[in-house]
Design a protein around this ligand. Structure first.
Ligand SMILES: [Zn+2]
Length: 219
């Protein structure tokens, strides 16, 4: 929460607004009531950018934003075991064959600006003893995407999670992302497409495997 020293500097010349800001800033919220706390925080933002949170169009904005964050950040309330829900199976697949899941769309929020970055993830692994239900891989991607992220870390977390649950011969994850914090703030207006990779096991050392993967995902 902002402190009073900082709030005193808002200087908007409106005593009512100033009082409201101080009243909101003085409140503390129980963690269980995080939706209410986020709503209050959004009101503070509205006031401090010079808005009136009581005007018609903004009345329900704090509630909407709080619910939006619950949805976009639901990954904090998920864990790998719950997502997998025992959808692991013994290998009946040909030895050393690659399992590829390409074009997994994701939406995330960058942790530096809390602005969206979106794109696609491509995942492959080579089973050793176990395979995972194919629908689970997009859910693992989602679990990590729906947190405050940097794309590099998210890419590594997906690879590490698959390594942890499958103990595969190798894993590779390629993530493409368009970052609205870059495009909105004028770093580059168009074509901001960042690509990050994480390789584990055989994909680290075997170039032919990597080439096959890139061919299969059409890159
Ligand atoms: Zn950012």
């Amino acid at each position: 929460m902002a402190n009073n020293g900082k709030l005193a500097g808002t200087g908007n010349g409106n005593g009512h607004v100033q009082q409201a800001v101080e009243r909101l800033a003085a409140q503390t919220f129980h963690a269980l009531d995080s939706r209410a706390a986020i709503e209050e925080a959004v009101k503070l933002i509205l006031i401090n950018v010079g808005e009136d949170p009581n005007r018609d169009g903004l009345l329900r904005t704090p509630q909407r934003v709080a619910r939006m964050y619950e949805e976009l950040l639901e990954g904090y309330h998920q864990d790998l075991q719950a997502v997998l829900n025992d959808a692991l199976f013994d290998v009946e697949y040909g030895e050393g064959e690659m399992v590829v899941v390409a074009d997994i769309e994701y939406q995330s929020l960058c942790e530096h600006h809390m602005l969206p970055f979106v794109g696609k993830a491509h995942v492959a692994y080579i089973p050793r003893h176990k395979i995972v239900g194919l629908s689970k891989i997009p859910r693992i991607v989602d679990m990590f995407a729906r947190r405050l992220q940097v794309q590099e870390r998210m890419t590594n977390e997906i690879a590490d999670a698959l390594e942890e649950v499958l103990d595969p011969v190798g894993v590779i994850v390629v993530v493409e992302g368009q970052h609205s914090c870059a495009s909105l703030r004028g770093v580059k207006k168009h074509g901001v497409n960042m690509v990050t990779t994480a390789k584990r096991g055989e994909f680290r050392t075997n170039r032919d495997l990597r080439d096959e993967f890139y061919r299969l995902i059409g890159r």
